[in-house]
Design a protein. Structure first.
Length: 951
């Protein structure tokens, strides 16, 4: 019928043909009725498939939920679509089983591919069991997926057994197996077997062979593979193989060969050029990489993400911040700063590794969309700069913005939380629960961070449980467990873990041995420490560095073996190291061993005669053993040579002080013990406590250097004013109130503007006069009043004590001051402080913009009148979080002309609760807008959250 209909067309004239077509197009098509439910399922599957191909997973998910009848194909589509989200994919697979829908070979291969993530190893094994149960073991696609699964999780022998059991093996399965093999001998042997069975290789095969040879730096074998490539003619026809040759020679350190392979490519494309840029970048050849980068652009080739990331990583390793900024300009010019997550992440990482954390934050804040990779890069940069509190804060921001953390996020946050002053054991537990819930509890990096965190909180048993649950712990996991035992003084247990690690065939590195030696040191295991130290070089081929020598010296010195420790240092290969000899001298000082200590001091002075810390340590040693004349002579030499210099993170601006090798401040102590007469002392030195800045390059301004007594009885007001004057006028300064001291300070105003990045570090106690008659009558309503500041930070673990008990007994509000006031300022951060017993309001924020308050504790008796905790007036963009407030009045009060106030995780009680107002006094207009309270606990309060008005 169809033939008879078409044949007359051959004889139709053109007008007749056109008439026929018009007649056919005017006919109204009659829809075909759906014959069965399978037709509905088919159409829905088509709809889901179309949405997936367009990249619209939300539409696919909506279509899936709107499908009343689902079959195997429906679930196969959804599992494949969510292959990068293992939890979702496995959910679809589980639902499929609950509904009794039989899985197919496609289903099983897709689910197995999802389980290649190490966190889903157990699920992958369970799927393997179902493969065997339903008889899919011989299916080439399912078998290939299983081979790929076991190679991904590091079980190469299991993968090889499954491969051998396959009755039919296509080229894809051979390539999967080649990808999983590590040893070059296995790779080449497997390739020979592949050719023997008559399977012809393709470009992917040779890429895996070349990558394996390059990873193990097997130049000779790689050249043999290159010969096979040339024989089949893939260099000219397959640019991926040509680029793999370039990468192979680069990995083997043969840059000449890499260059020759590059030049042999006739039609160099952008991939070839970018490969050569990456070759030079990976080998730390900055000039050559930049030259090729420039020539590539001259020939009209656009740099790729790979080359830009390679150059940025090179700048990170070499610390070339200026070059990194130039690459940043190219990134912006090419538009990669907005379109490439990898480039954005590399930029943040580059600035962080170059110690320009402000640059990292600036890049992060300019991102059009903050992705997981960028959050992780900034977290790593902050952690590298010891800004651990900021890491924890960034994690909270990440959760608020709905970005789902991964194993890198959790690992970095756990490390920061375990060393942060604001961290807690409960916080580590919460992150542990999240890791388990999200399926990341089995990840090696997360597990190591958990072991480290729990051990720092003293719960080494929890660390052990996590370690024992790991299916296949690697060397890093063993090292973390050894470190956990060492941190808790369990040296024997650490040695046992080290022995188990060696029995498994894992190779310990220098960090592993350092952890083991530290455990021996803390436990006093001299013999075990000797065995570990001696086996480093002789058995495991690891050269001990100064950390191992220092640890071993400390272990020997703790048990009184000072002579043996000295002999160990004398036998150490290479040049002598000040660090380890300094450790020996400290031990001699503690044990008062004059013989060894004298020689150690002499070696130290000879090694680094220009380091003032060396002279100071030698002087302290002689003073400790009673040789005051020698100690005095050394100090006089140090003072005469004016050995005060900046080393490390912090330097002083007043007094005579020096920095030691780890950046901690020390001070040339009083010479009273040496019985030196006053006229012989040229410099009067004050006691300056050690302090290390949170950021690098800070200038320390210590209140003690300006004559403060710090006894809580002498008036230190003038000393604080002088210190403020210096700190305010000095860029990047830190005004330090040292820990363990009490400073009596009267009412004072501290007026800006000040130089950039001022930090007020309050670790001690500032106390107000406790007698009203002693109060400065010129400032009856303020105590510590700061104004006109920008980007200042108030931080520390110290206390601001208003001594308000006698004022509370007086009349209601007459001449009662607020403890801490910040007025007419912007971009202020206050964290960690305790403010207590204020005469009236504890902490007042007035006419300010952008104030961040975190981890502040406010405390006064519940019957103290008018002692508001935090009072916000005429201020905008104020965030108060993670603070505990208990007073005799409102915990937080927000009054007129305040806007955009956010309170989060507030503990209030005792007190009157949280209030807005009072507003509208004398029929005036009072406006407070955009107030948010997110999570508050109120106990023993007279009110909850309220709005107070006069009308």
């Amino acid at each position: 019928m169809l033939v008879s209909t078409l044949k007359p067309w051959r004889w139709m004239q053109k007008p007749q043909l056109q008439s026929f077509i018009r007649a056919m197009t005017t006919l109204t098509p009659t829809p075909f009725p759906l014959r069965s439910a399978s037709d509905c399922v088919y159409l829905k599957n088509r709809e889901i498939d179309t949405s997936i191909k367009r990249g619209n997973l939300n539409s696919a998910l909506a279509a899936f939920h709107n499908t009343p009848l689902r079959d195997t194909v429906t679930y196969n589509l959804m599992i494949s679509a969510f292959c990068n989200q293992p939890n979702h994919a496995l959910y679809f697979y589980a639902e499929m089983g609950l509904l009794g829908i039989r899985e197919s070979a496609t289903t099983l291969s897709s689910v197995i591919a999802v389980c290649t993530n190490a966190a889903f190893f157990r699920e992958g094994v369970q799927v393997h069991c179902r493969v065997v149960k339903f008889g899919f073991s011989c299916n080439v696609f399912v078998g290939g997926a299983l081979v790929g699964f076991y190679t991904h999780v590091g079980l190469g022998r299991v993968a090889l057994e499954l491969f051998d059991e396959l009755p039919e093996r296509n080229l894809a399965v051979w390539n999967v197996m080649l990808r999983g093999l590590c040893a070059v001998e296995d790779l080449l042997g497997f390739y020979s077997r592949m050719r023997f069975e008559g399977v012809e290789p393709n470009g992917v095969t040779f890429c895996y062979l070349l990558r394996g040879c390059g990873n193990q730096r097997r130049l000779h074998e790689g050249k043999g593979v290159q010969g096979c490539v040339l024989k089949v003619g893939l260099v000219e026809s397959n640019v991926f193989v040509a680029n793999a040759l370039v990468d192979f020679y680069s990995a083997c350190g043969c840059l000449v060969g890499a260059r020759k392979c590059f030049e042999a490519i006739e039609n160099k494309d952008v991939i070839s050029w970018n490969s050569l840029v990456c070759v030079y970048a990976e080998n730390d050849l900055l000039c050559e990489a930049l030259e090729v980068f420039s020539v590539m652009q001259m020939w009209g080739h656009r740099p790729s993400v790979r080359s830009l990331v390679g150059l940025l990583n090179l700048c990170s390793r070499s610390g070339e911040l200026c070059v990194g900024k130039m690459i940043h300009c190219d990134v912006m010019k090419l538009g990669f700063d907005e379109g490439s997550v990898h480039v954005q992440s590399a930029l943040i990482d580059m600035y962080g590794k170059c110690r320009d954390i402000e640059g990292s934050v600036a890049v992060f804040e300019c991102l059009p969309k903050r992705t997981l990779e960028c959050f992780n890069s900034l977290m790593t940069s902050l952690s590298r700069c010891d800004a651990v509190d900021d890491v924890v804060e960034l994690f909270g921001l990440m959760v608020d913005e709905g970005v789902v953390p991964d194993e890198v996020t959790l690992s970095t946050t756990l490390k920061a939380l375990s060393v942060s002053a604001s961290g807690s054991f409960m916080g580590s537990q919460l992150l542990h629960c999240y890791a388990l819930k999200s399926g990341l509890g089995g990840d090696a990096a997360v597990s190591c961070s958990l072991m480290d965190a729990y051990s720092r909180w003293g719960h080494v048993e929890l660390s052990r449980q996590i370690f024992e649950r790991l299916p296949s712990p690697n060397a890093i996991c063993f090292t973390s467990m050894i470190g956990a035992y060492a941190r808790n003084g369990m040296g024997k247990e650490g040695i046992a873990v080290l022995e188990a690690m060696i029995e498994r065939g894992l190779k310990p590195d220098e960090v592993t041995f350092l952890c083991a030696l530290t455990g021996c040191n803390h436990t006093g295991l001299v013999e075990e420490g000797r065995l570990v130290f001696d086996s480093m070089k002789s058995v495991h081929g690891v050269d001990p560095d100064r950390r191992h020598f220092s640890c071993m010296v400390d272990l020997l010195c703790r048990t009184g073996l000072l002579h043996e420790a000295e002999e160990l240092l004398l036998q150490a290969p290479g040049e002598r190291d000040c660090f380890v000899w300094s450790s020996l001298l400290r031990s001699c000082r503690v044990q008062k061993n004059e013989e060894v200590g004298t020689r150690a001091a002499q070696v130290l002075v000879e090694l680094d005669p220009d380091d003032p810390a060396v002279w100071l340590q030698a002087s302290n040693f002689y003073a400790e053993i009673g040789k005051f004349d020698a100690s005095r002579q050394i100090r006089e030499v140090a003072l005469a040579r004016k050995m005060t210099r900046e080393i490390g993170h912090t330097h002083g601006v007043a007094g005579s002080m020096i920095c030691d090798n780890i950046g901690m401040l020390e001070e040339l102590k009083s010479l009273e013990a040496l019985d030196i007469e006053e006229e012989e002392t040229e410099v009067e030195l004050s006691d300056i406590p050690s302090w290390k800045s949170e950021r690098g390059g800070k200038v320390l301004v210590n209140i003690d250097s300006f004559g403060a007594a710090g006894d809580g009885e002498s008036d230190d007001t003038e000393a604080l004013r002088k210190a403020w004057g210096v700190a305010c006028s000095t860029p990047k300064s830190v005004l330090l109130i040292p820990q363990g001291r009490r400073y009596l300070v009267n009412a004072t105003k501290f007026i800006g503007p000040c130089s950039d990045k001022l930090i007020i570090q309050i670790d001690g106690t500032l106390v107000a006069p406790d007698e009203p008659k002693n109060w400065d009558p010129k400032l009856p309503r303020v105590w510590l009043d700061f104004s006109k500041l920008d980007k200042a930070v108030f931080q520390g673990s110290g206390v601001i004590d208003g001594s308000g008990s006698k004022w509370w007994a007086a009349s209601c509000k007459k001449n009662k001051s607020n403890a801490l006031t910040i007025d007419t300022s912007s971009s202020i951060t206050v964290k960690g402080l305790t403010i207590q017993n204020s005469q009236q309001m504890h902490f007042t924020i007035s006419r300010c913009d952008s104030v961040r308050i975190r981890g502040v504790k406010v405390s006064s008796p519940g019957d103290s009148p008018n002692t508001d905790g935090i009072h916000v007036s005429e201020s905008t963009n104020v965030i108060i979080q993670d603070s505990k407030i208990g007073t005799g009045d409102d915990c937080i009060s927000i009054v007129n002309a305040s806007s955009n106030i956010k309170m989060k995780r507030i503990y209030c009680g005792p007190g009157h609760g949280i209030s807005i107002g009072s507003l509208g006094k004398d029929n005036s207009t009072g406006i407070v807008t955009k107030v948010i309270l997110d999570t508050a606990i109120l106990r023993e309060t007279t009110n909850g959250v309220r709005i107070k008005t006069w009308q």
